[in-house]
Design a protein around this ligand. Structure first.
Ligand code: TXA
Ligand code: MG
Length: 337
């Protein structure tokens, strides 16, 4: 199958192009589209055959459920039940935006979307192209990130093509995604609600609206998609935690040792440390005190190391506050930790 690339200017959306993509969805096809977090691989959530193609194209295990994307809050009631008031308040505050809410699912959602669970994950993305595409499709869009299963999520249309060219019908190219890491997933089928995946809305921001949230702990498998090795580039990732001189020394020692063993190395660093590893292949994630930039760069930097064919990426940690929690979650998973 040839994958058609439809380029759309987010500031001047040509409805003709979006309609072509929406028609493909109505025909049961697969369309990758930009969201503010990462690119999604969409199909009509009410068409089980179309949704099955998502799993096939991504090589994703069927037990990993998908997020359903809608364009307006009213559509929530067609898809979910038992929606507490506090969830609606969060939706008012953060939708459209990088927050996914999990509720009891309604019967009309095909089982393949939710991997047989009796719950469904829903969000309204904050990207103009995504919203136009969902509206024109006139159906909720089931969409995981548009990468091959286990690979870093795509933040550009080119990343989507690198993984899925000729496996999907259309990719809508709306430029680089703004946030760069996936949505925060908050499960309202538990009381207090549980954060299943840290993401684009920080816990600090959530806590301004909701008093009590729990953070998912690794020992209990709540979110079937929380496999330990995930978001991984082809290179092996080694994460060096800490800060200051000690961290730099640790990275240097590890890099020298691996270098002497003949490994081809990449070092992923905070901007302020980029001149500290003379002679090594260094890429900057962004300033350690601007985690918005670091999040936006994370997946594309990992993919760039892959393009160069490095065997090992040594990554410096970032501070675990705000978006740093989500960044560290992705780095730990990339490292298989
Ligand atoms: O930002 C995002 O969330 C992006 C964009 C495209 O919206 N999507 C995304 O989808 O990251 P995906 O499939 O790569 O990750 C969704 C995660 C998976 O780990 C899955 O297990 C979890 O959401 N999930 C989906 N439905 C669930 C449910 N009913 N209960 C618990 N976890 C669920
Ligand atoms: Mg994913």
């Amino acid at each position: 199958m040839k994958t058609e690339i439809i380029t759309v200017n987010p500031d001047n959306i040509n409805p003709v192009y979006i309609k072509t993509a929406a028609e493909k969805i109505k025909d049961g096809g697969l369309v990758a589209f930009p969201t503010e977090t990462v690119y999604g691989l969409g199909a009509d959530a009410f068409n089980p055959k179309a949704v099955a193609k998502i799993f096939e194209a991504k090589k994703r295990p069927l037990e990993d459920p998908l997020i359903v994307h809608i364009a307006q809050k009213e559509d929530l009631y067609k898809l979910a039940g038992d929606i507490p008031d506090i969830a609606l308040r969060l939706a008012d505050e953060f939708w459209p935006g990088p927050l996914t809410l999990v509720f009891k699912k309604s019967k009309n959602i095909p089982d393949i979307v939710t991997a047989g669970l009796d719950t469904v994950a829903i969000r309204i993305p904050a990207d103009k192209v995504a919203l136009a595409f969902i509206k024109f499709s006139d159906t909720p869009i089931a969409a995981p990130s548009a990468n091959l299963f286990g690979r870093p999520s795509p933040t550009t249309a080119q990343h989507v093509l690198d993984d899925l060219n000729e496996k999907i019908d259309i990719v809508i190219d709306g430029g680089k995604t703004l946030v760069g890491i996936e949505s925060t997933i908050l499960d309202f089928t538990q009381n207090p609600p549980v954060i299943l995946r840290p993401g684009g809305v920080s816990i600090e921001k959530l806590k301004k609206v909701i008093n009590e949230v729990k953070i998912y702990k690794q020992d209990k498998i709540l979110s079937p998609g929380m496999y330990s090795r995930h978001y991984s580039p082809k290179a092996k990732v080694m994460l060096v935690e800490g800060n200051g001189k000690i961290q730099v020394e640790k990275v240097k020692n590890l890099a020298s040792r691996l270098n002497s063993q003949g490994c081809s190395l990449g070092i992923l660093v905070r901007e302020e440390n980029k001149d500290k590893y003379d002679g090594f292949n260094v890429k900057s994630l962004g300033p350690g005190d601007d985690l918005t930039i670091c999040a936006a760069n994370l997946f594309s930097v990992l993919r760039n190391f892959d393009k160069e064919g490095v065997d090992i990426v040594i990554a410096e940690s970032v501070k675990e506050e705000g978006l740093g929690l989500a960044i560290m979650d992705r780095l730990r998973k990339a490292a298989g930790a």
